[in-house]
Ligand binder design. Structure first.
Ligand code: ADP
Ligand code: MG
Ligand code: MG
Length: 905
């Protein structure tokens, strides 16, 4: 027979799956000998059975009776006994905390008779009737689904009529009156009198908690927090203790350290003569723990010693709910407390200093996301600001700039040295250029998974979405702020806060965060820049944890960077090389004409001429990057994108030439040739067309040019006394033969350059794995290759058959709704599918070449969950955007420590 009920004396903190977090920790505290009111926990399994069958299993009833008897015996009272009633609370508690989502009912067991008994036993009429009115109010709202305002309105009206300042002014007669009124509401709403049978009250409350698992808001919350829908909640039945028994009673919450700053030293709120829910509801101003010390030194001292005990036991910051009943302290809840990013780092190192945890454990107590939060620029706290509206914070940071409403404007203003905020009704893939140019992105529509939000987060660009108060008129170049009736124009300066969603008018000064100063300039510089002790303490904590993570990690961290500035930044953030240096931008801008000439060339001579013009430009690009990364590897990817990206748009060009012809203007030979070339190179699906290695094989001399430029740049750097370490990477390989052809050509060129310069060059030649076929044929490909770099963006596209720019806007939202994805496979690696391809590629590749060096480039290289996977399958490095480098360092350290812990466990 399944056991559905556990006494608080039977469970422990490791049983969260079955007992929920609250139940598991109540049991843990009971076992520790702390003063927890007796009670029992109904398992999540019972909840699942109830939700599946629509009714509680019969054996549950029987088990509840047995456990209730036990509690009654321990307390020497019976539930709802008319002369001296035992009262209980019925409390929800799932495996993961879902604050405010599910319900609790206090004071179960009171009815028209037992309220008199409670009054007589306690000698306190007011307390008894206060408890009864609370029961009817909470029971009506939670169990009977009556609109809570019906009760609250009556209560507020009574207080207003009598001129009371708050709940403490109410007399026993007032409370009796409220009980009568509340009972009438229940009868009106349900057609039945308020249930008087104590056990029935309890059973109905238990079922209501079960059902609360499936309320709309609970489902929504779980989706957002990625909590599975099928866990169910446990139910805790707990003997009532009373904080509302007069001046020597009260209720409070406390933390063993400050969860917002991480200050050591206790922190909490206390409310005299009140019951649990009053603290959160904010009905009166609370007192501090220091006040409690003055009011009731004995209880305070006991609480402090329990806090120390809990922190030592859990070895972490705990949060606690407690109640004092006439000078006697009771513990009602504890858990490892949530905290801000800054507090997470500070608390972790404090615990190391107090010898409660090891430094390795401290590394596991913080996350890459928390580190990210500390790296974003901040608005100067001291500055004055005017908020004009608020949207949804989609990607953190602080950005200031001129309003621009389209991409061309964004590009031209940025080229002129301005900083801009791209404001759009909503963004689409065509806005990528504008988003890249802008310091921040603001949209009037869309949610946290909208195109703008997803792309901005990927780029680390500050972004606020769904500011519905804004009417964006792109044609007129204006933004109307409806609530303020304010019109802003393109060129006006605004500021957006991606952490709060606030939009400000005018300039707000932005400063580097202290942790960013530490990451880019080192500890001394950061300490010099922020003299206040708290900030210094934070910076030191980050330094200690990151230093340890660096020492422990097995993965190297490289960055994706295409130019010397990004390379330098990446290096200052701790990158150990460039894992992906794209070369396509080296053919854009002014140089587009040259590549156009390559494509239009009718003879080998014409083509060679164009190559000759490109050569010195390419070479100097590479010299710049190799110089910035002196002594570290730079993986240069040969040209990758479809050809048409270097040619004008087909429709645009056709229309332009047609108009010209119609107006009788002359269409030049060049234009005619260009149109032909554009037509000839037009592809239905360029992503799967002539690109990557295919381009290199089709256009003779293109790869050769790049390879020679790399080799000659290396020679030049060596002449300057530097230590360049280029690696040549061939994109979009699907077969070993493709790579073999390019490799042979490359080796010949490198040998040439070596001969010409008299310098021995030994450049690794490897390839990207971004096609499923490449992962499958990895063994054969590796025989031709020195290294693999998994391009997980393209590999995700080719494995799923997705074109990212199309699918993200067209149907990803539906896929989230259906739960086909919990998270976009472009954000966190799809471990079961794409991950399997990567793992296969590594395994087979190393069979073909035991010295094969393996890494990944692609946004997943900076994503915590993906990094843990890459560590697990034995990659040598991850490569991510420069901004993500610190996060990758930390997460790689966490992954290594967690793996070792698993191995020894
Ligand atoms: P939540 O999960 O929302 O915190 P709880 O189950 O902890 O809900 O209960 C809500 C409030 O009621 C808390 O302040 C809690 O301390 C208080 N409470 C719960 N059970 C009891 C009890 N047996 N005696 C006194 N107060 C209680
Ligand atoms: Mg609670
Ligand atoms: Mg690719």
């Amino acid at each position: 027979m399944t056991k559905y009920v556990y006494s608080f004396t039977e469970g422990n903190r490791d049983m969260k799956d079955l007992l929920g977090g609250k139940g598991a920790n109540l049991a843990e505290m009971t076992t520790l000998g702390l003063p927890v009111p007796p009670g029992f926990t109904i398992t999540t399994e019972a909840c699942r059975a109830y939700l599946a069958a629509g009714e509680a299993p019969e054996t549950l009833d029987v088990e509840v009776t047995a456990h209730l008897r036990e509690v009654e015996q321990a307390m020497g009272r019976r539930l709802g006994d008319p002369s001296d009633p035992l009262l209980v609370s019925v409390r929800s508690g799932a495996k993961f905390s879902m604050p405010g989502m599910m319900e609790t009912v206090l004071n179960i067991g009171l009815n028209d008779e037992s309220v008199e008994g409670l009054a007589a036993q306690s000698g306190n009429d007011r307390f008894a009737w206060d408890s009864y009115r609370r029961l009817i109010q909470m029971f009506g709202k939670t169990v009977q689904d009556i609109d809570g305002d019906r009760f609250a309105d009556i209560l507020h009206k009574l207080q207003a009529d009598k001129g009371y300042k708050g709940d403490l002014d109410m007399t026993t007669a007032d409370l009796k009156h409220l009980v009568e009124e509340f009972k009438k509401v229940v009868e009106e709403e349900t057609g039945e009198a308020f249930p008087q049978d104590p056990r029935r009250q309890m059973d109905l409350a238990i079922e209501a908690v079960f059902r609360s698992w499936n309320t709309e808001r609970a489902r929504l919350y779980r989706r957002r927090e990625r909590i599975p829908n099928d866990l169910g909640t446990a139910v805790n039945v707990c003997t009532m203790v009373f904080g509302n028994m007069g001046e020597t009673s009260g209720t409070g919450v406390c933390f063993t350290r400050d969860p917002s700053t991480g200050h050591s030293g206790v922190y909490g709120d206390y409310l005299v003569n009140a019951q649990g829910e009053d603290v959160v509801a904010g009905i009166r101003n609370t007192l501090s723990l220091a006040d409690l010390e003055r009011l009731d030194k004995k209880s305070y001292d006991e609480l402090r010693s329990i806090m120390v005990k809990l922190e030592t036991h859990y070895r972490d910051l705990c949060d606690i709910e407690f109640t004092i009943q006439q000078g006697k302290l009771w513990m009602l809840q504890t858990r490892v407390g949530k905290r801000t990013a800054a507090a997470a780092f500070r608390v972790a190192t404090q615990l190391v200093d107090e010898r409660l945890i090891t430094t390795d454990e401290a590394v596991t107590r913080v996350t890459g996301d928390q580190l990210t939060a500390l790296l974003f620029p901040q608005f100067d706290k001291a500055a004055e600001k005017t908020v004009v509206t608020k949207g949804m914070p989609a990607s953190p940071g602080a950005a200031v700039g001129e309003i621009v409403l389209d991409n061309d404007q964004a590009a031209s203003r940025v080229a002129a040295g301005a900083s801009v905020i791209l404001v759009r009704r909503e963004t689409n893939p065509d806005d990528l250029a504008g988003m890249m140019a802008a310091s921040g992105v603001l949209t009037a529509r869309g949610g946290k998974t909208s195109h703008a939000a997803v792309v901005a987060r990927g780029m680390g660009r500050c972004c606020v979405v769904g500011a519905e108060d804004l009417v964006v008129d792109e044609a007129a170049g204006t933004i109307h702020v409806r609530s303020e009736d304010l019109v802003l124009k393109a060129g006006d300066v605004i500021a957006i806060d991606g952490t709060t969603g606030e939009v400000f008018k005018g300039d707000v000064p932005v400063v580097d965060s202290p942790v960013m100063t530490y990451i880019s300039k080192g500890l001394e510089a950061a300490l010099d820049a922020s003299p206040d002790a708290d900030t210094q303490d934070l910076v030191r904590s980050v330094d200690r944890i990151l230093t340890r993570a660096d020492r422990r990690r097995c993965l190297e961290v490289r960055a994706n960077a295409d130019n010397p500035e990004d390379a330098e930044r990446a290096r200052s953030f701790g990158a150990q090389g460039i894992g992906l240096c794209r070369t396509e931008h080296m053919f854009l801008g002014d140089r587009r004409k040259l590549i156009e000439a390559v494509i239009l060339a009718e003879t080998a001579e014409e083509r060679q001429e164009a190559f000759d013009a490109l050569m010195p430009l390419q070479k100097s690009d590479f010299i710049g990057i190799f110089t910035a990364m002196d002594g570290l590897p730079v993986t240069v990817r040969l040209i990758d994108p479809p050809l048409h990206e270097f040619l004008p748009d087909l429709t645009e060009l056709s229309v332009r030439l047609a108009l010209k012809a119609e107006r009788g203007e002359e269409v030049t030979d060049h234009e005619r040739l260009l149109l032909e070339a554009v037509k000839a190179n037009h592809e239905q699906n360029p992503m799967l067309g002539l690109r990557g290695v295919r381009l290199g094989l089709k256009i003779k001399g293109l790869f050769a040019l790049q390879i020679r430029a790399i080799a000659e740049a290396a020679v030049e750097c060596r002449k300057r006394g530097l230590d360049p370490r280029p690696e040549i990477m061939v994109p979009l390989i699907g077969s070993d033969r493709e790579l073999q052809i390019v490799r042979d050509e490359a080796l010949a060129i490198i040998a040439d350059v070596s001969r010409e310069s008299g310098m021995e060059l030994d450049l690794p030649i490897g390839n990207m794995i971004e096609l499923p076929r490449a992962a499958i044929r990895a063994e054969q490909i590796a025989e031709e290759s020195d290294f693999f770099s998994f391009g997980t963006n393209d590999l995700t596209q080719t494995a799923w058959g997705f074109s990212r720019d199309d699918v993200e806007v067209s149907f990803f939202n539906e896929y989230f709704t259906y739960g086909i994805f919990g998270i976009s496979p472009f954000e966190t690696l799809d471990i079961q599918g794409v991950g399997e391809l990567v793992a296969t590629g590594v395994r087979r590749g190393r069979r073909g070449n035991p010295n094969l060096h393996c890494g990944i480039c692609g946004e997943h290289g900076g994503d915590p969950a993906s990094i843990h996977f890459f560590d697990g399958i034995g990659l040598d490095y991850v490569s991510c955007s420069p901004f993500r480098v610190p996060v990758a360092r930390l997460e790689a350290g966490r992954a290594a420590i967690a793996d070792r812990a698993e191995a020894t466990a």
